[in-house]
Design a protein around this ligand. Structure first.
Ligand SMILES: NC(=O)c1ccc[n+]([C@@H]2O[C@H](COP(=O)([O-])OP(=O)(O)OC[C@H]3O[C@@H](n4cnc5c(N)ncnc54)[C@H](OP(=O)(O)O)[C@@H]3O)[C@@H](O)[C@H]2O)c1
Length: 260
């Protein structure tokens, strides 16, 4: 996995670390010797995980229980991290709303936009500028294979993931000259609480352990990574289709693989 502390710095900040992929990032990075700042809403879970990781790996763990959809979440994170250098930022928190866009509650759609897009943008600007100045750092954007094409009934979620995909890929190019590695991770279906939150079935899923291990292996080597050969196939076939057909492919996948 490599020496993350010397490559990036002693601390990583992981959003959405109270469950699923984010929790697994916390476990694998603590095992690699990084101290952590854990961000999510469920305080009890964060504290329990923090105690476990401190005990098992001898690292320091700070918890930042907060809602990333809130207008002003940043000051609390800034005050919790002002005496440390965040060397690795994992923009992972996210969720999906499914169903017909026009029928969904606007407030909930905006919440998803804020968590999936606005929060990573704000955190990346905050910590990315410090990394660029230090000429050292790493950023992982957790996007999805859903970001490679429209997905009717998951329309806005796919759009938020296209946002993080392009944000991450563009940023990787911009930050290369500052020695900051940016990896955009595009998982397919993964066994987490994600599908339960979205109210759908996940179908064939990868384990978060494999997804996170693949991300950490590829950080600094690639700028985009799709874990799992079947996911690579799903995401790549769209490149050769006219866009309207690619959208039909998205609708087919929703109907057959991840229906309500
Ligand atoms: N699982 C999949 O099939 C899959 C596939 C592709 C991409 N992804 C992406 O992977 C990322 C992680 O999802 P997951 O699969 O690990 O799902 P998960 O188990 O549901 O975890 C989502 C995490 O995001 C946090 N979160 C949600 N809303 C938040 C808010 N308003 N403020 C702060 N934190 C919030 C949750 O914590 P709290 O509830 O405690 O706040 C939780 O820690 C997401 O960006 C998702 O889009 C997942």
């Amino acid at each position: 996995m490599g020496d993350f502390a010397s490559r990036y710095g002693a601390w990583a900040l992981i959003t959405g670390s109270s469950s699923g992929i984010g929790e697994e990032f916390a476990r694998q990075l603590a095992k690699a010797g990084l101290s952590l700042v854990l961000v999510a809403r469920r305080k009890k879970r964060l504290k329990k995980l923090a105690a476990l990781l401190e005990n098992d790996h001898g690292v320091q763990v700070r918890v930042a229980p907060m809602d990333l959809a809130a207008d002003s979440f940043l000051p609390a994170i800034v005050s919790l991290t002002e005496d440390i250098e965040i060397g690795l930022l994992v923009n992972n928190a996210g969720f999906a709303i499914t169903g017909a866009l026009l029928d969904n509650q606007e407030a909930r759609e905006l919440e998803m936009l804020y968590v999936n897009c606005r929060a990573p943008l704000i955190l990346t600007k905050k910590f990315g500028s410090k990394m660029a100045k230090r000429r050292k750092g790493g950023i992982i954007m957790v996007s999805s294979i859903a970001g490679f094409g429209a997905m009717p009934q998951w329309t806005h979620y796919a759009a938020t993931k296209a946002y993080s995909l392009l944000l991450g890929e563009g940023l990787a190019h911009e930050l290369q000259k500052f020695g900051v590695d940016v990896l955009t991770l595009c998982p397919g279906s993964t066994s987490t609480e994600f599908h339960q939150v979205a109210g759908v079935h996940g179908g064939k899923s990868m384990s978060p352990v494999a997804v996170v291990a693949a991300a950490l292996r590829n950080l600094g080597k690639k700028t985009t990574h799709i874990p799992g050969f079947h996911n690579l196939l799903l995401a790549s076939t769209g490149r050769f289709l006219p866009r309207r057909l690619n959208t039909k492919k998205g609708a087919f996948i929703v109907n057959h693989l991840c229906n309500r």
